[in-house]
Design a protein around this ligand. Structure first.
Ligand code: ZN
Length: 636
Protein backbone atom coordinates (compact mmCIF):
# COMPACT_ATOMS: atom_id res chain seq x y z
CA UNK A 1 0.00 0.00 0.00
CA UNK A 2 1.33 3.43 -0.95
CA UNK A 3 1.20 6.51 1.25
CA UNK A 4 -2.12 7.82 -0.13
CA UNK A 5 -3.71 4.38 0.14
CA UNK A 6 -2.69 4.12 3.79
CA UNK A 7 -4.18 7.55 4.54
CA UNK A 8 -7.35 6.75 2.64
CA UNK A 9 -7.79 3.50 4.50
CA UNK A 10 -7.05 5.26 7.81
CA UNK A 11 -9.75 7.84 7.01
CA UNK A 12 -12.26 5.11 6.25
CA UNK A 13 -11.50 3.14 9.41
CA UNK A 14 -11.59 6.24 11.61
CA UNK A 15 -14.95 7.23 10.15
CA UNK A 16 -16.31 3.78 10.94
CA UNK A 17 -14.94 3.48 14.48
CA UNK A 18 -14.94 7.01 15.94
CA UNK A 19 -18.42 8.26 17.00
CA UNK A 20 -19.61 11.20 14.90
CA UNK A 21 -19.70 13.79 17.71
CA UNK A 22 -15.88 13.86 17.80
CA UNK A 23 -14.44 16.25 15.24
CA UNK A 24 -11.36 14.89 13.48
CA UNK A 25 -9.26 17.67 11.97
CA UNK A 26 -6.40 15.78 10.37
CA UNK A 27 -4.96 12.33 9.86
CA UNK A 28 -1.22 12.11 9.25
CA UNK A 29 1.57 9.58 9.15
CA UNK A 30 4.42 10.54 11.43
CA UNK A 31 7.13 7.96 10.98
CA UNK A 32 5.44 4.63 11.46
CA UNK A 33 2.51 6.08 13.45
CA UNK A 34 -0.95 7.06 12.19
CA UNK A 35 -1.72 10.29 14.04
CA UNK A 36 -5.33 11.35 14.40
CA UNK A 37 -5.82 14.98 15.39
CA UNK A 38 -9.10 15.88 17.05
CA UNK A 39 -10.87 18.90 18.49
CA UNK A 40 -12.72 16.65 20.87
CA UNK A 41 -11.09 16.74 24.25
CA UNK A 42 -13.12 13.71 25.33
CA UNK A 43 -11.90 11.52 22.50
CA UNK A 44 -8.35 12.63 23.11
CA UNK A 45 -8.64 12.15 26.85
CA UNK A 46 -10.33 8.78 26.98
CA UNK A 47 -9.87 7.19 23.58
CA UNK A 48 -7.71 4.19 24.53
CA UNK A 49 -10.29 1.58 23.44
CA UNK A 50 -10.84 3.41 20.19
CA UNK A 51 -7.09 3.60 19.59
CA UNK A 52 -6.83 -0.16 20.09
CA UNK A 53 -9.66 -0.86 17.65
CA UNK A 54 -8.22 1.41 14.96
CA UNK A 55 -4.71 0.01 15.46
CA UNK A 56 -5.94 -3.56 15.12
CA UNK A 57 -7.92 -2.82 11.98
CA UNK A 58 -5.11 -0.86 10.32
CA UNK A 59 -2.22 -2.99 11.62
CA UNK A 60 -0.45 0.25 12.45
CA UNK A 61 0.62 2.19 15.49
CA UNK A 62 -2.07 4.78 16.22
CA UNK A 63 -1.99 7.89 18.34
CA UNK A 64 -4.86 10.31 19.04
CA UNK A 65 -3.66 13.86 19.55
CA UNK A 66 -5.22 17.20 20.39
CA UNK A 67 -5.64 19.55 17.45
CA UNK A 68 -2.89 22.19 17.76
CA UNK A 69 -5.59 24.87 18.16
CA UNK A 70 -6.44 23.37 21.56
CA UNK A 71 -2.93 23.69 22.93
CA UNK A 72 -1.76 26.68 24.94
CA UNK A 73 1.90 27.59 24.46
CA UNK A 74 4.22 25.54 26.67
CA UNK A 75 5.26 28.64 28.57
CA UNK A 76 1.70 29.66 29.37
CA UNK A 77 0.76 26.05 30.07
CA UNK A 78 3.58 25.70 32.55
CA UNK A 79 2.42 28.78 34.45
CA UNK A 80 -1.13 27.43 34.60
CA UNK A 81 0.02 23.99 35.76
CA UNK A 82 2.03 25.52 38.57
CA UNK A 83 -1.04 27.51 39.61
CA UNK A 84 -3.36 24.50 39.56
CA UNK A 85 -1.17 21.83 41.15
CA UNK A 86 -0.90 22.21 44.95
CA UNK A 87 2.57 22.92 46.26
CA UNK A 88 2.67 19.66 48.24
CA UNK A 89 3.09 17.76 44.98
CA UNK A 90 6.63 19.19 44.74
CA UNK A 91 6.96 19.34 40.96
CA UNK A 92 10.53 18.51 39.93
CA UNK A 93 10.16 18.83 36.16
CA UNK A 94 7.69 19.59 33.39
CA UNK A 95 8.25 18.08 30.00
CA UNK A 96 6.17 19.04 26.96
CA UNK A 97 6.04 16.45 24.22
CA UNK A 98 4.68 18.31 21.21
CA UNK A 99 4.69 15.13 19.16
CA UNK A 100 2.06 13.63 21.46
CA UNK A 101 0.37 16.78 22.81
CA UNK A 102 1.32 15.48 26.19
CA UNK A 103 2.87 17.17 29.19
CA UNK A 104 4.71 15.01 31.68
CA UNK A 105 4.55 16.35 35.22
CA UNK A 106 7.27 14.86 37.32
CA UNK A 107 6.65 15.22 41.04
CA UNK A 108 7.98 13.89 44.31
CA UNK A 109 4.39 13.33 45.56
CA UNK A 110 2.49 12.57 42.37
CA UNK A 111 -0.81 11.96 44.22
CA UNK A 112 -1.27 15.72 44.74
CA UNK A 113 -0.82 16.44 41.04
CA UNK A 114 -3.44 13.84 40.13
CA UNK A 115 -6.00 14.87 42.73
CA UNK A 116 -9.03 13.02 44.09
CA UNK A 117 -10.42 10.90 41.27
CA UNK A 118 -8.09 12.74 38.93
CA UNK A 119 -9.72 16.14 39.47
CA UNK A 120 -6.46 18.12 39.41
CA UNK A 121 -5.38 16.35 36.26
CA UNK A 122 -8.74 17.00 34.57
CA UNK A 123 -8.62 20.66 35.43
CA UNK A 124 -5.18 20.91 33.86
CA UNK A 125 -6.48 19.29 30.70
CA UNK A 126 -9.42 21.67 30.47
CA UNK A 127 -7.29 24.77 31.05
CA UNK A 128 -4.32 24.03 28.77
CA UNK A 129 -5.38 21.46 26.17
CA UNK A 130 -2.33 19.29 26.73
CA UNK A 131 -2.82 15.84 28.16
CA UNK A 132 -1.13 15.71 31.55
CA UNK A 133 0.77 12.59 32.51
CA UNK A 134 1.86 12.56 36.14
CA UNK A 135 4.87 10.49 37.09
CA UNK A 136 6.97 10.02 40.20
CA UNK A 137 10.32 11.80 39.86
CA UNK A 138 13.08 9.25 39.20
CA UNK A 139 14.74 8.63 42.56
CA UNK A 140 18.23 9.37 41.25
CA UNK A 141 18.65 12.23 38.81
CA UNK A 142 20.15 11.18 35.48
CA UNK A 143 22.10 13.82 33.61
CA UNK A 144 21.88 11.90 30.35
CA UNK A 145 18.10 11.50 30.48
CA UNK A 146 17.57 15.14 31.40
CA UNK A 147 19.81 16.32 28.59
CA UNK A 148 18.17 14.05 26.02
CA UNK A 149 14.72 15.38 27.05
CA UNK A 150 15.93 18.95 26.96
CA UNK A 151 17.38 18.42 23.50
CA UNK A 152 14.26 16.72 22.10
CA UNK A 153 12.19 19.60 23.46
CA UNK A 154 14.44 22.05 21.65
CA UNK A 155 14.24 20.34 18.27
CA UNK A 156 10.62 19.17 18.38
CA UNK A 157 9.49 20.86 15.14
CA UNK A 158 12.52 19.57 13.26
CA UNK A 159 11.80 16.10 14.57
CA UNK A 160 8.18 16.28 13.48
CA UNK A 161 9.29 17.18 9.96
CA UNK A 162 11.65 14.20 10.00
CA UNK A 163 8.84 11.89 11.11
CA UNK A 164 6.43 13.09 8.42
CA UNK A 165 9.09 12.54 5.75
CA UNK A 166 9.82 9.11 7.18
CA UNK A 167 6.12 8.25 7.17
CA UNK A 168 6.08 8.82 3.40
CA UNK A 169 9.19 6.71 2.92
CA UNK A 170 7.80 3.78 4.92
CA UNK A 171 4.60 3.84 2.84
CA UNK A 172 6.28 4.35 -0.54
CA UNK A 173 5.00 2.45 -3.56
CA UNK A 174 6.46 -1.03 -3.68
CA UNK A 175 8.49 -2.36 -6.58
CA UNK A 176 6.81 -5.76 -6.67
CA UNK A 177 8.44 -8.77 -8.30
CA UNK A 178 9.90 -11.91 -6.81
CA UNK A 179 10.29 -11.78 -3.03
CA UNK A 180 13.45 -12.82 -1.18
CA UNK A 181 15.15 -12.37 2.21
CA UNK A 182 18.94 -12.21 2.63
CA UNK A 183 21.37 -11.53 5.46
CA UNK A 184 24.75 -9.95 4.67
CA UNK A 185 27.50 -10.33 7.29
CA UNK A 186 29.42 -7.09 7.86
CA UNK A 187 31.00 -7.66 11.27
CA UNK A 188 30.78 -9.86 14.36
CA UNK A 189 30.52 -13.08 12.36
CA UNK A 190 32.88 -15.80 13.66
CA UNK A 191 34.24 -13.15 16.00
CA UNK A 192 33.07 -11.04 18.95
CA UNK A 193 32.93 -7.29 18.38
CA UNK A 194 31.95 -4.87 15.57
CA UNK A 195 28.52 -6.50 15.18
CA UNK A 196 26.86 -5.43 11.95
CA UNK A 197 24.68 -6.97 9.25
CA UNK A 198 22.17 -6.08 6.59
CA UNK A 199 18.76 -7.65 6.27
CA UNK A 200 17.58 -7.12 2.71
CA UNK A 201 14.44 -8.00 0.79
CA UNK A 202 13.35 -7.08 -2.72
CA UNK A 203 11.73 -3.94 -1.25
CA UNK A 204 13.96 -2.84 1.58
CA UNK A 205 17.24 -2.84 3.42
CA UNK A 206 17.85 -2.44 7.12
CA UNK A 207 21.15 -2.31 8.92
CA UNK A 208 21.21 -4.28 12.18
CA UNK A 209 23.81 -3.02 14.69
CA UNK A 210 26.85 -0.90 13.89
CA UNK A 211 29.51 -1.79 16.43
CA UNK A 212 33.21 -1.43 17.08
CA UNK A 213 35.76 -4.02 18.15
CA UNK A 214 38.01 -2.49 20.76
CA UNK A 215 39.92 -5.23 22.51
CA UNK A 216 43.21 -4.38 20.84
CA UNK A 217 45.11 -1.09 20.51
CA UNK A 218 43.29 -0.07 17.32
CA UNK A 219 39.57 -0.16 16.82
CA UNK A 220 38.26 -2.51 14.18
CA UNK A 221 35.32 -1.39 12.06
CA UNK A 222 32.64 -3.39 10.29
CA UNK A 223 32.86 -3.67 6.47
CA UNK A 224 30.73 -0.65 5.62
CA UNK A 225 32.34 0.24 2.31
CA UNK A 226 30.83 -2.66 0.38
CA UNK A 227 28.17 -1.99 -2.28
CA UNK A 228 25.47 -3.61 -0.13
CA UNK A 229 25.73 -0.68 2.30
CA UNK A 230 26.49 2.35 0.14
CA UNK A 231 25.01 4.79 -0.53
CA UNK A 232 23.68 5.14 3.01
CA UNK A 233 20.46 6.80 1.78
CA UNK A 234 19.20 3.45 0.54
CA UNK A 235 18.91 2.14 4.11
CA UNK A 236 15.37 2.07 5.47
CA UNK A 237 16.57 2.15 9.03
CA UNK A 238 19.09 1.00 11.58
CA UNK A 239 18.18 -1.38 14.38
CA UNK A 240 20.20 -1.40 17.59
CA UNK A 241 19.52 -4.28 20.00
CA UNK A 242 21.45 -2.84 22.96
CA UNK A 243 23.84 -0.12 24.03
CA UNK A 244 27.17 -1.95 24.28
CA UNK A 245 29.73 -0.36 21.96
CA UNK A 246 30.42 -3.59 20.10
CA UNK A 247 26.82 -3.20 18.87
CA UNK A 248 26.43 0.58 18.42
CA UNK A 249 29.87 2.19 18.74
CA UNK A 250 30.05 3.36 15.14
CA UNK A 251 26.44 4.47 14.77
CA UNK A 252 27.04 8.24 15.14
CA UNK A 253 29.68 8.02 12.38
CA UNK A 254 26.95 6.98 9.94
CA UNK A 255 25.15 10.25 10.71
CA UNK A 256 28.45 12.04 10.20
CA UNK A 257 28.77 10.50 6.74
CA UNK A 258 25.31 11.50 5.59
CA UNK A 259 22.85 8.92 6.87
CA UNK A 260 19.75 10.79 7.98
CA UNK A 261 17.25 8.00 8.54
CA UNK A 262 15.83 6.49 11.71
CA UNK A 263 17.49 4.36 14.38
CA UNK A 264 15.09 1.99 16.14
CA UNK A 265 15.82 0.93 19.72
CA UNK A 266 14.19 0.73 23.16
CA UNK A 267 14.04 3.90 25.32
CA UNK A 268 16.74 2.74 27.79
CA UNK A 269 18.98 1.72 24.89
CA UNK A 270 18.81 5.27 23.54
CA UNK A 271 19.87 6.76 26.87
CA UNK A 272 22.57 4.19 27.61
CA UNK A 273 23.94 4.63 24.08
CA UNK A 274 24.21 8.38 24.63
CA UNK A 275 26.06 7.74 27.90
CA UNK A 276 28.49 5.17 26.50
CA UNK A 277 29.13 6.97 23.21
CA UNK A 278 29.85 10.29 24.93
CA UNK A 279 32.21 8.49 27.27
CA UNK A 280 33.89 6.82 24.33
CA UNK A 281 34.70 10.25 22.86
CA UNK A 282 36.07 11.38 26.22
CA UNK A 283 38.25 8.30 26.66
CA UNK A 284 39.55 8.53 23.06
CA UNK A 285 40.63 12.13 23.58
CA UNK A 286 42.28 11.30 26.90
CA UNK A 287 44.32 8.62 25.13
CA UNK A 288 45.32 11.05 22.39
CA UNK A 289 43.23 9.26 19.77
CA UNK A 290 40.77 10.79 17.35
CA UNK A 291 37.31 9.26 17.77
CA UNK A 292 35.43 8.46 14.53
CA UNK A 293 32.66 10.98 15.40
CA UNK A 294 31.92 13.95 17.63
CA UNK A 295 29.20 14.69 20.16
CA UNK A 296 27.15 16.59 17.56
CA UNK A 297 26.78 13.32 15.65
CA UNK A 298 25.44 11.67 18.80
CA UNK A 299 22.82 14.43 18.91
CA UNK A 300 21.94 13.77 15.26
CA UNK A 301 21.43 10.15 16.25
CA UNK A 302 19.20 11.03 19.22
CA UNK A 303 17.13 13.31 16.98
CA UNK A 304 16.34 10.35 14.74
CA UNK A 305 15.87 7.66 17.36
CA UNK A 306 12.47 6.02 17.28
CA UNK A 307 12.03 4.20 20.55
CA UNK A 308 9.82 1.14 20.95
CA UNK A 309 8.90 -0.68 24.12
CA UNK A 310 9.00 -4.47 24.29
CA UNK A 311 6.13 -5.97 22.34
CA UNK A 312 5.27 -2.82 20.36
CA UNK A 313 5.14 -3.59 16.62
CA UNK A 314 5.95 -1.00 14.00
CA UNK A 315 6.39 -0.72 10.23
CA UNK A 316 9.93 0.19 9.30
CA UNK A 317 9.66 -0.21 5.51
CA UNK A 318 6.95 -1.09 2.96
CA UNK A 319 7.40 -4.80 3.66
CA UNK A 320 9.05 -5.10 7.09
CA UNK A 321 7.63 -4.84 10.61
CA UNK A 322 9.78 -4.77 13.70
CA UNK A 323 9.03 -5.89 17.27
CA UNK A 324 11.52 -5.83 20.16
CA UNK A 325 11.33 -8.43 22.94
CA UNK A 326 13.32 -8.73 26.16
CA UNK A 327 16.76 -10.34 25.66
CA UNK A 328 17.77 -10.42 29.36
CA UNK A 329 21.32 -9.14 28.65
CA UNK A 330 21.46 -5.51 29.85
CA UNK A 331 18.90 -2.77 30.52
CA UNK A 332 16.73 -2.33 27.42
CA UNK A 333 18.47 -5.14 25.51
CA UNK A 334 16.24 -6.71 22.93
CA UNK A 335 15.64 -9.50 20.49
CA UNK A 336 14.63 -7.92 17.17
CA UNK A 337 11.84 -9.80 15.39
CA UNK A 338 11.14 -8.97 11.74
CA UNK A 339 7.91 -9.84 10.02
CA UNK A 340 8.43 -9.56 6.28
CA UNK A 341 5.85 -9.12 3.53
CA UNK A 342 2.41 -10.01 4.96
CA UNK A 343 3.28 -13.47 6.19
CA UNK A 344 6.07 -14.09 3.67
CA UNK A 345 8.86 -14.63 6.22
CA UNK A 346 9.78 -14.16 9.89
CA UNK A 347 13.31 -13.81 11.14
CA UNK A 348 14.63 -12.76 14.57
CA UNK A 349 18.05 -11.67 15.83
CA UNK A 350 18.77 -12.36 19.51
CA UNK A 351 21.45 -9.68 19.92
CA UNK A 352 23.34 -10.56 23.10
CA UNK A 353 21.03 -12.66 25.22
CA UNK A 354 20.67 -14.34 28.59
CA UNK A 355 18.30 -17.27 28.94
CA UNK A 356 18.22 -17.29 32.74
CA UNK A 357 16.41 -15.00 35.13
CA UNK A 358 19.08 -12.78 36.68
CA UNK A 359 19.09 -10.36 39.61
CA UNK A 360 18.10 -7.64 37.14
CA UNK A 361 16.11 -9.08 34.26
CA UNK A 362 13.68 -11.77 33.24
CA UNK A 363 15.02 -14.51 30.97
CA UNK A 364 15.04 -13.81 27.20
CA UNK A 365 11.68 -14.15 25.43
CA UNK A 366 11.29 -17.47 23.60
CA UNK A 367 7.79 -17.15 22.14
CA UNK A 368 7.03 -15.44 18.84
CA UNK A 369 3.92 -15.27 16.68
CA UNK A 370 5.93 -16.85 13.85
CA UNK A 371 9.59 -17.65 13.32
CA UNK A 372 11.30 -19.28 10.33
CA UNK A 373 14.91 -18.20 10.95
CA UNK A 374 16.81 -17.22 14.05
CA UNK A 375 20.16 -15.42 14.19
CA UNK A 376 21.71 -16.28 17.55
CA UNK A 377 24.80 -15.15 19.45
CA UNK A 378 27.36 -17.74 20.57
CA UNK A 379 29.78 -15.91 22.90
CA UNK A 380 29.70 -19.03 25.12
CA UNK A 381 28.66 -21.51 22.45
CA UNK A 382 31.76 -23.75 22.64
CA UNK A 383 31.71 -27.35 23.93
CA UNK A 384 33.31 -26.38 27.24
CA UNK A 385 31.47 -23.12 27.88
CA UNK A 386 29.42 -24.25 30.85
CA UNK A 387 29.03 -21.70 33.63
CA UNK A 388 27.85 -21.82 37.24
CA UNK A 389 24.30 -20.62 37.94
CA UNK A 390 23.57 -17.11 39.19
CA UNK A 391 23.05 -18.48 42.70
CA UNK A 392 26.43 -20.26 42.74
CA UNK A 393 28.10 -17.16 41.36
CA UNK A 394 26.51 -14.97 44.05
CA UNK A 395 27.56 -17.43 46.79
CA UNK A 396 31.14 -17.50 45.52
CA UNK A 397 31.26 -13.70 45.42
CA UNK A 398 29.91 -13.40 48.98
CA UNK A 399 32.42 -15.93 50.25
CA UNK A 400 35.50 -14.23 48.86
CA UNK A 401 34.28 -10.79 49.96
CA UNK A 402 33.62 -12.04 53.51
CA UNK A 403 37.13 -13.47 53.73
CA UNK A 404 38.76 -10.27 52.51
CA UNK A 405 36.70 -7.97 54.73
CA UNK A 406 37.35 -10.16 57.78
CA UNK A 407 41.11 -9.87 57.26
CA UNK A 408 40.61 -6.08 56.93
CA UNK A 409 41.43 -6.07 53.25
CA UNK A 410 39.90 -4.23 50.31
CA UNK A 411 38.05 -5.69 47.36
CA UNK A 412 38.42 -4.27 43.83
CA UNK A 413 35.83 -5.42 41.31
CA UNK A 414 36.48 -4.23 37.74
CA UNK A 415 33.13 -3.80 35.96
CA UNK A 416 31.54 -2.30 32.89
CA UNK A 417 29.39 0.70 33.82
CA UNK A 418 26.34 -0.97 32.33
CA UNK A 419 25.18 -4.47 33.21
CA UNK A 420 27.31 -6.40 35.68
CA UNK A 421 27.87 -3.46 38.02
CA UNK A 422 24.14 -3.09 38.79
CA UNK A 423 23.85 -6.83 39.27
CA UNK A 424 26.81 -7.01 41.64
CA UNK A 425 25.35 -4.01 43.50
CA UNK A 426 22.13 -5.97 44.07
CA UNK A 427 23.97 -9.10 45.25
CA UNK A 428 26.10 -7.09 47.69
CA UNK A 429 23.21 -4.99 49.00
CA UNK A 430 21.22 -8.17 49.62
CA UNK A 431 24.17 -9.95 51.29
CA UNK A 432 24.84 -7.06 53.66
CA UNK A 433 21.15 -6.56 54.46
CA UNK A 434 20.77 -10.25 55.30
CA UNK A 435 24.10 -10.24 57.21
CA UNK A 436 25.83 -12.76 55.01
CA UNK A 437 28.81 -10.45 54.63
CA UNK A 438 30.09 -7.89 57.15
CA UNK A 439 28.68 -4.37 56.72
CA UNK A 440 30.91 -2.33 54.47
CA UNK A 441 30.67 0.71 52.24
CA UNK A 442 30.46 -0.05 48.52
CA UNK A 443 32.18 2.64 46.47
CA UNK A 444 31.16 3.21 42.86
CA UNK A 445 33.73 4.84 40.60
CA UNK A 446 33.46 5.67 36.90
CA UNK A 447 30.14 6.01 35.11
CA UNK A 448 28.44 3.39 37.27
CA UNK A 449 26.41 5.96 39.21
CA UNK A 450 24.95 7.56 36.10
CA UNK A 451 24.27 4.15 34.53
CA UNK A 452 22.46 3.12 37.72
CA UNK A 453 20.39 6.31 37.62
CA UNK A 454 19.24 5.30 34.13
CA UNK A 455 18.27 1.88 35.53
CA UNK A 456 16.14 3.50 38.24
CA UNK A 457 14.38 5.61 35.60
CA UNK A 458 13.15 2.49 33.76
CA UNK A 459 11.89 0.06 36.42
CA UNK A 460 9.45 -1.41 33.86
CA UNK A 461 12.46 -2.93 32.07
CA UNK A 462 13.68 -4.77 35.21
CA UNK A 463 12.54 -8.22 36.30
CA UNK A 464 9.17 -8.69 37.94
CA UNK A 465 10.60 -9.30 41.43
CA UNK A 466 12.58 -6.04 41.40
CA UNK A 467 9.57 -4.15 40.07
CA UNK A 468 7.43 -5.37 42.96
CA UNK A 469 10.17 -4.54 45.41
CA UNK A 470 10.47 -1.00 44.02
CA UNK A 471 6.81 -0.15 43.33
CA UNK A 472 4.84 -2.07 45.95
CA UNK A 473 7.27 -2.48 48.80
CA UNK A 474 8.91 0.87 48.22
CA UNK A 475 12.36 -0.68 48.71
CA UNK A 476 14.62 0.37 45.92
CA UNK A 477 17.89 -1.51 46.56
CA UNK A 478 19.78 0.89 44.27
CA UNK A 479 19.04 3.70 46.72
CA UNK A 480 20.66 1.96 49.69
CA UNK A 481 22.97 4.06 51.89
CA UNK A 482 25.64 1.41 51.44
CA UNK A 483 26.51 2.85 48.02
CA UNK A 484 28.80 5.87 47.84
CA UNK A 485 29.72 7.65 44.66
CA UNK A 486 33.37 8.50 44.03
CA UNK A 487 32.92 11.67 42.02
CA UNK A 488 36.18 13.55 42.20
CA UNK A 489 39.90 13.02 41.91
CA UNK A 490 40.32 14.12 45.54
CA UNK A 491 37.80 11.65 46.84
CA UNK A 492 39.47 8.82 44.91
CA UNK A 493 42.89 9.76 46.33
CA UNK A 494 41.46 9.88 49.85
CA UNK A 495 39.87 6.49 49.40
CA UNK A 496 43.08 5.04 47.95
CA UNK A 497 45.01 6.27 51.01
CA UNK A 498 42.46 5.11 53.62
CA UNK A 499 42.90 1.95 55.67
CA UNK A 500 39.18 1.15 55.93
CA UNK A 501 38.19 -2.30 54.62
CA UNK A 502 35.77 -1.71 51.74
CA UNK A 503 34.47 -2.79 48.35
CA UNK A 504 35.09 -0.77 45.17
CA UNK A 505 33.32 -1.25 41.87
CA UNK A 506 35.24 0.60 39.19
CA UNK A 507 35.50 0.79 35.41
CA UNK A 508 36.85 -0.31 33.00
CA UNK A 509 35.65 -3.89 33.08
CA UNK A 510 38.71 -5.37 31.36
CA UNK A 511 41.26 -3.16 33.13
CA UNK A 512 42.60 -1.53 30.00
CA UNK A 513 41.99 1.94 31.39
CA UNK A 514 39.81 3.85 33.80
CA UNK A 515 39.74 4.47 37.55
CA UNK A 516 40.09 0.75 38.37
CA UNK A 517 43.81 1.10 37.62
CA UNK A 518 44.17 3.77 40.34
CA UNK A 519 42.96 1.28 42.95
CA UNK A 520 45.24 -1.45 41.64
CA UNK A 521 48.12 1.02 41.86
CA UNK A 522 47.26 1.85 45.47
CA UNK A 523 46.27 -1.57 46.77
CA UNK A 524 47.82 -4.15 44.42
CA UNK A 525 50.92 -4.78 46.56
CA UNK A 526 49.03 -5.88 49.70
CA UNK A 527 48.20 -9.62 49.85
CA UNK A 528 45.28 -8.84 52.22
CA UNK A 529 43.41 -7.20 49.33
CA UNK A 530 41.68 -8.93 46.45
CA UNK A 531 40.91 -8.32 42.80
CA UNK A 532 37.67 -10.06 41.86
CA UNK A 533 36.65 -10.57 38.22
CA UNK A 534 32.93 -10.92 37.57
CA UNK A 535 32.89 -10.31 33.82
CA UNK A 536 34.29 -11.74 30.59
CA UNK A 537 37.94 -10.76 29.98
CA UNK A 538 38.63 -10.64 26.24
CA UNK A 539 41.83 -11.85 24.63
CA UNK A 540 44.46 -9.11 24.57
CA UNK A 541 43.20 -7.21 27.63
CA UNK A 542 45.08 -6.61 30.87
CA UNK A 543 42.29 -8.43 32.71
CA UNK A 544 42.82 -11.61 30.68
CA UNK A 545 46.61 -11.45 31.24
CA UNK A 546 46.11 -11.15 35.01
CA UNK A 547 43.66 -14.06 34.96
CA UNK A 548 46.34 -16.07 33.17
CA UNK A 549 48.88 -15.36 35.91
CA UNK A 550 50.47 -11.98 35.15
CA UNK A 551 51.58 -10.66 38.57
CA UNK A 552 53.06 -7.29 37.66
CA UNK A 553 51.56 -4.26 35.95
CA UNK A 554 53.21 -1.19 34.56
CA UNK A 555 51.04 1.78 35.43
CA UNK A 556 51.50 5.49 35.04
CA UNK A 557 52.06 7.47 38.23
CA UNK A 558 52.39 11.26 38.00
CA UNK A 559 53.44 10.90 34.38
CA UNK A 560 56.05 8.19 35.01
CA UNK A 561 55.70 4.45 34.43
CA UNK A 562 55.93 2.40 37.64
CA UNK A 563 56.01 -1.35 38.10
CA UNK A 564 53.32 -2.52 40.50
CA UNK A 565 53.74 -6.07 41.83
CA UNK A 566 50.33 -7.73 42.09
CA UNK A 567 50.50 -9.49 45.44
CA UNK A 568 46.78 -9.13 46.04
CA UNK A 569 44.61 -12.23 45.76
CA UNK A 570 43.14 -12.66 42.26
CA UNK A 571 39.79 -14.44 42.05
CA UNK A 572 37.38 -15.03 39.18
CA UNK A 573 33.69 -15.47 40.00
CA UNK A 574 32.20 -17.08 36.91
CA UNK A 575 28.48 -17.13 36.35
CA UNK A 576 27.67 -13.40 36.32
CA UNK A 577 27.79 -13.17 32.57
CA UNK A 578 25.05 -11.35 30.68
CA UNK A 579 25.46 -13.99 27.98
CA UNK A 580 23.87 -17.42 27.94
CA UNK A 581 26.29 -20.27 28.44
CA UNK A 582 26.20 -23.28 26.16
CA UNK A 583 23.49 -25.09 28.15
CA UNK A 584 21.32 -21.99 28.20
CA UNK A 585 21.78 -21.49 24.44
CA UNK A 586 20.75 -25.10 23.79
CA UNK A 587 17.82 -24.83 26.22
CA UNK A 588 16.75 -21.63 24.55
CA UNK A 589 16.64 -23.24 21.12
CA UNK A 590 14.79 -26.28 22.42
CA UNK A 591 12.23 -24.09 24.22
CA UNK A 592 11.56 -21.82 21.22
CA UNK A 593 7.92 -21.59 20.25
CA UNK A 594 7.51 -21.95 17.32
CA UNK A 595 10.68 -23.81 16.24
CA UNK A 596 12.63 -22.08 13.47
CA UNK A 597 13.79 -24.01 10.40
CA UNK A 598 17.12 -22.24 10.08
CA UNK A 599 19.60 -20.92 12.62
CA UNK A 600 22.46 -18.58 11.78
CA UNK A 601 25.14 -18.56 14.49
CA UNK A 602 27.04 -15.29 15.03
CA UNK A 603 28.88 -13.27 17.71
CA UNK A 604 31.34 -15.92 18.92
CA UNK A 605 34.99 -16.72 18.32
CA UNK A 606 35.45 -18.86 15.20
CA UNK A 607 35.43 -22.26 16.91
CA UNK A 608 32.51 -21.39 19.16
CA UNK A 609 30.27 -20.34 16.25
CA UNK A 610 31.00 -23.57 14.43
CA UNK A 611 30.65 -25.74 17.54
CA UNK A 612 27.25 -24.32 18.41
CA UNK A 613 26.06 -24.55 14.80
CA UNK A 614 27.04 -28.21 14.61
CA UNK A 615 25.47 -29.04 17.99
CA UNK A 616 22.18 -27.40 16.99
CA UNK A 617 22.16 -29.37 13.75
CA UNK A 618 22.87 -32.70 15.48
CA UNK A 619 20.55 -32.19 18.45
CA UNK A 620 17.55 -30.57 16.80
CA UNK A 621 17.96 -31.36 13.11
CA UNK A 622 18.00 -27.67 12.26
CA UNK A 623 19.60 -26.22 9.16
CA UNK A 624 22.45 -24.22 10.70
CA UNK A 625 25.02 -21.83 9.30
CA UNK A 626 27.93 -19.84 10.67
CA UNK A 627 28.82 -17.46 7.85
CA UNK A 628 31.98 -15.37 7.75
CA UNK A 629 32.10 -11.60 7.46
CA UNK A 630 31.21 -10.42 3.93
CA UNK A 631 29.19 -13.52 3.12
CA UNK A 632 25.54 -13.21 2.17
CA UNK A 633 23.06 -15.90 3.12
CA UNK A 634 19.73 -16.21 1.37
CA UNK A 635 17.19 -17.49 3.92
CA UNK A 636 14.15 -17.40 1.66
ZN1 ZN B 1 26.40 -6.79 24.93
Amino acid sequence: MGYDDVLEKANEVVKKIVPQEHVITQILLEGPTVCIYTKSMDLFASGSDIVKQIAQTLHKRVSIRPDPSLLTSPKEAEEKIRQIVPEEAKITDLFFDEEQGEVTIEALSPGYAIGKEGEVQNEIKRKIGWSPKVIRAPPTASKVINEAREYLRMISSERREFLIKLGRKICRDVRGGEQFVRVTALGGFREVGRSCMILSTNESKVLIECGLAMESEDIKLPYLKVPEVLPLEQLDGIIITHAHLDHCGLLPALYKYGYDGPTYCTPPTRDLMALLLLDYIKVSHSEGKKPPFESKHIREMIKRCITLKYGETTDISPDTRLTFQNAGHILGSSIAHFHIGDGFYNIAFTGDMKYERTWLFNAAVNKFPRLESLIIESTYGGYHDIQPSRQDASDALQQIISQVLERHGKVIIPVFAVGRSQEVMLVLENAIRTQRIPPSTIYLDGMIWEATAIHTAYPEFLNSYLRTQIFQMNQNPFLSDLFKRVDSYEMRQKLCDSSEPCIVLATSGMMNAGPVLEYVKAWGRDPNNALVFVGFQAEGTAGRRIQRGLREMVLVDKGNPVKIPLNMEVVTCDGFSGHSDRMQLLNYISSLDPKPEKVIVVHGEDGRCRELASALHKKFGLETMSPQNLETVRVR
